[in-house]
Design a protein around this ligand. Sequence first.
Ligand code: ATP
Length: 140
Amino acid sequence: MKRDYAVIGLGRFGGSICRELSMEGMEVLVIDNDEDKINEYKNIASHAVIADATDEASLKELGIKNIDHVIVAIGDNIQASILTTVILTDLGIKKITVKAQNDYHEKILNKIGADNVVHPERDMGKRIAHNIISNNILDY
Ligand code: ATP
């Protein structure tokens, strides 16, 4: 089923999500406050917009309310990540996935109503550890 997605923040994580969703034929709106990032993704995503995601009026203007699933991939700026997530939960976005930078950030994101909190480095480390174990078992 085709759904509309928005990716906020085009670091390695957000950029990779945007590329994959776009390759799967999904409608993706990308938002970043860095013009260079937006230029990099304007031919990949369906819509690419320079905006500060902590500005509620800008998000409303972009029609974020009509998006099924928003991914907040703002990394280092934890304050911006939290504020953006609060705005999205207040607007009643159906599904919000947020990248957490550390355990405290993750705890706050869960408290303020993020549906799915991901911690890419940690989650990938766990997966790889399990793969290593299962490959070792298969090797015997
Ligand atoms: P990765 O490890 O995935 O590259 P990162 O932790 O390095 O992630 P950052 O570079 O900190 O990620 O941030 C990701 C993107 O979020 C950047 O392109 C940055 O311009 C954007 N960003 C930061 N703050 C805002 C904001 N308030 N509104 C919109 N975009 C923002």
